[in-house]
Structure formats: structure tokens, C-alpha cells
Design a protein around this ligand. Sequence first.
Ligand SMILES: [Zn+2]
Ligand SMILES: [Zn+2]
Length: 129
Amino acid sequence: MTRQREKVLKAVCSLEHPTAQETYAYITSNTGLQAEDRISLGTIYRNLQVLEEEGRIAAVPAGQDAMHYDARLDVHYHILCGKCGKVFDVPMQYNKDIDLEAEKHSGCRIESHDILFRGICKNCCSEEN
Ligand SMILES: [Zn+2]
Ligand SMILES: [Zn+2]
């Protein structure tokens, strides 16, 4: 793994479902960055893609405009905040019944499903009050 890729992976682990832009902002805002450590947004995109292909991170297609990336690889649910645009994990149990139900109605073999909830996150809710 290249140093740059390692850096991108570390950023995704430190952030919560960052987009490529957020990953870029995180890495470039790091102080003490050496000249050889400079990294372009294009490189970030490429590295995120490779990391996803290698199965080290997961892509969460939650945003309307941008892909979010997740360091957590097990199947879990997400909520997209309509106000700040951030994606958070929803700590509820994976519902296998939905797979069985879908299998029954579609005749397909279902392996898993994703749920993306839409709403307003805790932070934004408390700002409203
Ligand atoms: Zn929010
Ligand atoms: Zn997640």
C-alpha cells in the first residue's frame, strides 16, 4: 500500500462517512505536511476507489451529489441528515426478515440489503431548539 493510500484510509477511519472532499480537507489541513506528502483531490478520488475495490472501505451512496465512504465493513444502516448532509450509523439490528420477505416476493436470492433513513441528525435537532 502506498503512503498516500494509507493516509486516505486513515482519514476515512478518523472521520464519519466522509466524502472525497471531506477526506481531502482532512488530509490537507493536517499541519506539518511535507512537500512530498501533498496530495490532489484527484488522487484522493482514485485512492478511495482502489480502497473500495480492495474491500478495505465501503461506499455509501447516500448523498445526492457525492459518495460517502465508510471504514465499517459489516452490514449496517445509515441515516442521511437533510440539514447538514452528513451520514451517520443507525445502531439497530440488521433485519434478516426483510431479505426473506424480498426473496419470497421476487424469487431472487437476496444476500443483503441497505437502508438509508432520511431525517435530521441529533446535532441539527439540538441546534433547532
Ligand atoms: Zn445534521
Ligand atoms: Zn456506516
